[in-house]
Design a protein around this ligand. Structure first.
Ligand SMILES: *[C@@H]1O[C@H](CO)[C@@H](O)[C@H](O)[C@H]1NC(C)=O
Ligand SMILES: *[C@@H]1O[C@H](CO)[C@@H](O)[C@H](O)[C@H]1NC(C)=O
Ligand SMILES: *[C@@H]1O[C@H](CO)[C@@H](O)[C@H](O)[C@H]1NC(C)=O
Length: 447
């Protein structure tokens, strides 16, 4: 077989491009629109190698605003595509309504994308499902209406599409337990009941791996996290194993609640929400690789990991004491920061900057490398802050910084940039005359 020089270069670029992209659970994830990803309680549908993340927009709190859609080819960089559904003046999608856990599957026969979601009043008294359809995965959807599936209460929901094209609604029925229900062939209604667990489990998600079905879910503790559980079977209608924990016991699933389970290459990825009930828009995403083998399911926590391999990322840390501060930026006290100092007064009316200079070794054969960096910062306002970063004197990129949730309001934000092999310069600034975050460290992957 003959490879041209061009093909070899392209292959090398592809491998190195993925080698330094990282998933950082619990961090601020800035999408292409310059804001933290608003796709809570969501799910992913893959179409032609692109992953579409569909979830709840919590920008203005718990009431329904939008069902948002983002796309990615690497699970790290997310492009904001738009809203599938938005708030209307009245009805199911009107003001002060609850629309949660939207999930999309594709119907091969009708060639429609079908969206199911939990539809409720603000007191959660209606307990219904709603259905909408779309002609394209991330276009506008047409709302079809709501009902109680087979006349049962339904709050947390999800969908599962099997290899044979049969699709199922997963539904938490407060009176009876957790249900699997078969959808009609057009996926627009519920046909019949497949299985009922008498246990109170919500946040359901099913994945099929090597002929075995795995149902993940959480206990019922509201917005607070608990130790989520899994049950598995080779049949959807019988033989389910007893519920068992899969993350470290007592970790409350690393402070998260199941929202979806994704097959990504050979890796099965747990997608969870880390809800911030007092500031829902600042809720983050805890995505981690699962270790599944027969009836055994486990999940280890990682500060950052590299898809698709799932291996833990190694980082070199540069503290703010190595940064050059200019135009009014200066050191501020920060007890939870390294050396108890952070780079403060970044941005603002005098447009203060903090510039980090560091070495980076790109993978062999590549001139520059697409790389995820982690910024550790402090922001105390509920609204969070925005900042900019310029890489090697390039154009400023807007980055979001949610209010930090750990002690001292410390948080982490990720950015994906192209670095040179050799010396690189990263300059942090503000947006307009507003102040950016107080910066503690940047973390650069060490190859
Ligand atoms: C949030 O509320 C503001 C003020 O009412 C409004 O302008 C904005 O469009 C809302 N955002 C979303 C995502 O609903
Ligand atoms: C359940 O509904 C599906 C889809 O309509 C149908 O194929 C199947 O035969 C039904 N099963 C039972 C037990 O009625
Ligand atoms: C995955 O789980 C199996 C037990 O089923 C264990 O032997 C193995 O070490 C685990 N692998 C990783 C990478 O944690």
């Amino acid at each position: 077989m003959h490879f041209s020089a061009y093909t070899l270069l392209a292959l090398a670029a592809l491998q190195s491009a993925s080698a330094t992209l990282q998933v950082v659970p619990g961090a601020t994830w800035t999408a292409s629109n310059g804001a933290h990803l608003q796709a809570h309680g969501g799910g992913i549908i893959e179409v032609g190698g692109t992953y579409y993340l569909v979830g709840e927009d919590k920008t203005n709190g718990s009431a329904f605003q939008n069902v948002n859609c983002y796309s990615s080819t690497d699970l790290v960089q997310w492009h904001y595509e738009g809203a599938l559904l938005s708030v209307t003046t009245s009805g199911d999608l009107g003001p002060s309504r609850v629309i949660e856990r939207p999930k999309v599957i594709y119907n091969d026969k009708t060639r429609k994308y079908v969206l199911w979601m939990h539809v409720d009043s603000s007191s959660y008294g209606e307990a219904k499902v709603g259905v909408a359809t779309g002609d394209t995965v991330c276009g506008r959807y047409t709302y079809q209406g709501s009902f109680q599936p087979l006349d049962h209460q339904s709050r947390d929901t999800s969908l599962f599409k099997d290899d044979d094209g049969a699709a199922y609604l997963l539904s938490e029925d407060r009176a009876n337990g957790l249900r699997i229900m078969r959808l009609t062939d057009d996926y627009l209604a519920v046909a019949n009941s497949t299985y009922l667990w008498p246990d109170h489990i919500e946040a359901p998600a099913v994945v099929k791996v090597q002929g075995r079905y795995y149902m993940f879910g959480s206990h019922l503790t509201g917005w607070d996290a608990n130790d989520n559980v899994v049950s598995s079977s080779t049949s959807l209608s019988s033989g389910w194993t007893p519920w068992a924990t899969f993350a470290d016991v007592g970790s409350k699933t690393y402070t998260s609640q199941t929202n979806y389970i994704l097959q990504y290459g050979d890796t099965v990825v747990y997608l969870g929400d880390r809800w911030v009930s007092t500031n829902l828009k600042a809720s983050t995403y805890v995505w981690l690789p699962l270790n599944i083998s027969g009836t055994s399911v486990s999940m280890t926590n990682h500060a950052a990991w590299v898809p698709p391999s799932g291996r833990e990322a190694q980082q070199t840390v540069y503290t703010s004491s190595t940064a050059v501060l200019a135009s009014g930026a200066r050191n501020v006290d920060c007890s939870a920061c390294s050396g108890s100092k952070a780079a403060g007064y970044i941005g603002g009316p005098s447009h203060g900057t903090a510039t980090f200079t560091f070495d980076f070794t790109a993978a062999a054969g590549t001139a520059n490398d697409l790389t995820t960096l982690v910024v550790r910062y402090g922001v105390s306002e509920t609204s969070g802050r925005l900042g900019t970063v310029r890489v090697n004197d390039g154009a400023p990129i807007q980055v979001a910084f949610l209010r930090g949730s750990s002690s001292g309001n410390i948080g982490q934000s990720v950015l994906t940039v192209r670095l040179n092999s050799g010396t690189n310069k990263l300059e942090f600034g503000g947006v307009g005359d507003a102040y950016g975050p107080d910066i503690d460290t940047i973390q650069v992957p060490s190859n």
